[in-house]
Design a binder for this molecule. Structure first.
Ligand SMILES: Nc1ncnc2c1ncn2[C@@H]1O[C@H](COP(=O)(O)OP(=O)(O)OP(=O)(O)O)[C@@H](O)[C@H]1O
Ligand SMILES: [Mg+2]
Length: 255
């Protein structure tokens, strides 16, 4: 274990125990999971607890939902982002214009930017906007929710890979701890490993499993560069206070 790697507490009970203290500071971490597994809740909890418990300001770049909807949804967990914003500790970057829905609308209006340069420019502009916001509120934590929505516009596999490399490189240079959510393409051992997984510094996988007639939620820290990890698949729950991980329990029922 490299003791020189500084970590930041995740704010998610039990999760730090899987990673000897937390996420590697200033690095890019991918949170992968299927629909409804809790990617938005997990990353938002990391951001909110950063603000309230660890004195680290935060920014969310949301491609999936607008600000008002996000604020009201997160109030269900007791997380008051409006207040955090008013105190200058939080900023919301609405990037829904770059999402899949926006793309479909562009297609219908035939205003879609078809050149690769045009598409990359959109992503570059987003990184610039993010950079300015980070400076402005002195942010230490950023989440991008989700990469799948951002990359929907790159239909060609090579274009998408290039954009992914460029984006992750640009984000690595920002000096803040970044969580990026993305969709799980396939479950199980033969799961296709995406290019992004090789590029980022850490990968957390969230799954809903069907075991013995019931569904269970399982989390796994697949990799975390510079930090020793417990790579077991362990249970987690989502309730009114957010996510809790049970690092010493097994997802498979003991007999
Ligand atoms: N107040 C709550 N109490 C308990 N569970 C909740 C609460 N709010 C949401 N959930 C659970 O959290 C899940 C949604 O989590 P979240 O939106 O973070 O998933 P996601 O992985 O981001 O999904 P998507 O891929 O659709 O964006 C739901 O499946 C629901 O079961
Ligand atoms: Mg989500």
């Amino acid at each position: 274990m490299n003791k020189l790697t500084e970590t930041v507490p995740t704010g998610v009970p039990g999760l730090d125990e899987l990673m000897s203290g937390g996420f590697p500071k200033g690095r890019v971490i991918l949170v992968i999971g299927g629909p409804g597994t809790g990617k938005t809740v997990l990353t938002t909890q990391f951001l909110y607890k950063g603000i309230t418990d660890f004195n680290e300001n935060g920014i969310i770049v949301s491609l999936d939902e607008g600000k008002n909807h996000f604020y009201s949804e997160m109030l269900n967990f007791g997380w008051d982002f409006k207040k955090a914003e008013e105190e200058g500790k939080f900023a919301f970057v609405d990037a829904t214009r770059l999402s899949r829905v926006a793309m479909l609308k562009e297609k219908m209006m035939k205003t879609e930017s078809s050149s690769l340069r045009g598409k990359s420019l959109e992503v570059d502009k987003l990184v610039e906007e993010l950079q300015a916001k980070i400076k402005h509120i002195n942010a230490k934590r950023v989440i991008i929710d989700s990469l799948a929505a951002l990359f929907y516009r790159f239909t060609d596999a090579t274009e998408r890979r290039t954009a992914g490399v460029d984006l992750i490189e640009a984000l690595s240079d920002l000096g803040v701890t970044i969580l990026i959510t993305t969709e799980l393409s396939q479950l199980g051992l033969e799961r296709k490993i995406s290019d992004e997984e090789f590029l980022v510094h850490g990968v957390v996988i969230m799954q809903t499993l069907f075991i013995g007639g019931t569904t269970s939620r399982g989390m796994q820290v697949e990799k975390m560069r510079g930090v020793s990890v417990n790579p077991n698949l362990v249970p987690y729950t989502i309730d009114r206070t957010g996510i809790e991980v049970f690092p010493t329990m097994s997802i498979f029922r003991e007999k």
